[in-house]
Design a protein around this ligand. Structure first.
Ligand code: ZN
Length: 146
């Protein structure tokens, strides 16, 4: 059975009011950690994070209320293409490119090792409240394939 075909297209799939992309669910402490004091209360729960590069929405909720990027902070890649992929360890796309060029994921591997030891910190600092590892590994694979 392929579960993908069982999914209702519009059910329980909140879209960003700015760009229409799927949101990434975030906890209230993640929102509070990336917006000005009190701003998090503008949103209901659950709240979602928009990770579309060009979209000016940072967080939104099921009622299409949103907090713009201009009122949020700590958003890194991909909203800030020059910013670090991994906020905790400062790994950037340039670092990944350097690893790809050398043919050895030296920098990526170092972050993977450190992030594995301090996952709580990673998920606390990232704007989407997730560990940076899947993002770092996905981006490495994407660039590695060219
Ligand atoms: Zn968006």
């Amino acid at each position: 059975m392929n579960k993908a075909f069982c999914r209702e297209p519009d059910a329980q799939s909140p879209r960003c009011p700015g760009c229409g992309a799927d949101g990434s669910p975030v906890g209230p402490e993640t929102v509070a950690g990336h917006v000005a004091a009190g701003a998090a209360e503008q949103l209901g729960e659950p709240a979602y994070c928009c990770l579309t590069e060009s979209c000016s929405v940072a967080y939104f909720d099921l009622f299409e209320r949103s907090i713009p990027l201009a009122e949020a902070h700590g958003f890194f890649w991909p909203k800030d293409p020059a910013g670090p992929l991994c906020a905790c360890h400062g790994l950037t796309c340039d670092d990944i490119d350097a690893d790809v060029a050398e043919g050895q994921p030296r920098r990526v591997r170092a972050v993977v090792e450190r992030a594995g030891a301090s996952d709580a910190e990673c998920s606390h600092r990232a704007a989407d409240g997730r560990s940076c590892l899947p993002r770092v590994q996905r981006e490495y694979m994407r660039r590695h394939r060219g």
